[in-house]
Structures are given as structure tokens and as C-alpha cells.
Design a protein. Structure first.
Length: 74
């Protein structure tokens, strides 16, 4: 895509691994490292863990794929 008549012209310079090259800054090594660190922080912090009361709702279902749920009466 070519954008004309802009106030500023942004040009990516530098090593492709740091600038992202033709893919853009979101493809750079810096962006990948920041994304991985953010994912690690989210997983380790416990913010994404479900409530224990909601976890117990899954106990009545079998571990298999597409099997009928176990009866809660038995």
C-alpha cells in the first residue's frame, strides 16, 4: 500500500531482525521478546486461572472426546 501526501515519512532502517524488515516492527525480534515475556507474566501471575467453583463444574464430564457426561446420581 502506498500512502501519499503525508506530513511525515517513516522508513524502517537497520538490521532486519531488529526492524522487522518488510513485515514491519511487529515482526522484529524486540516485539517477539516482549510478547513472550508478557505471556510468561500472564501465565505465572494467575490472572488467567478460573475460579475454583467453576473448575468443579467440569468434574462431571469424562476426560474423553464427545462422550456423554457421567450421571451425577451414581
Amino acid at each position: 500500500m502506498e500512502i501519499k501526501n503525508t506530513l511525515f515519512l517513516g522508513v524502517a532502517k537497520g538490521p532486519v531482525i531488529l526492524s522487522g524488515g518488510e513485515f514491519g516492527p511487529e515482526g522484529s525480534l524486540i516485539s517477539i521478546i516482549i510478547s513472550v515475556l508478557f505471556i510468561v507474566v500472564l501465565v505465572k501471575s494467575g490472572w488467567l486461572k478460573p475460579d475454583t467453583s467453576r473448575l468443579k463444574l467440569w468434574d462431571k464430564y469424562p476426560a474423553g472426546f464427545r462422550l456423554e457426561p457421567a450421571d451425577s446420581d451414581s
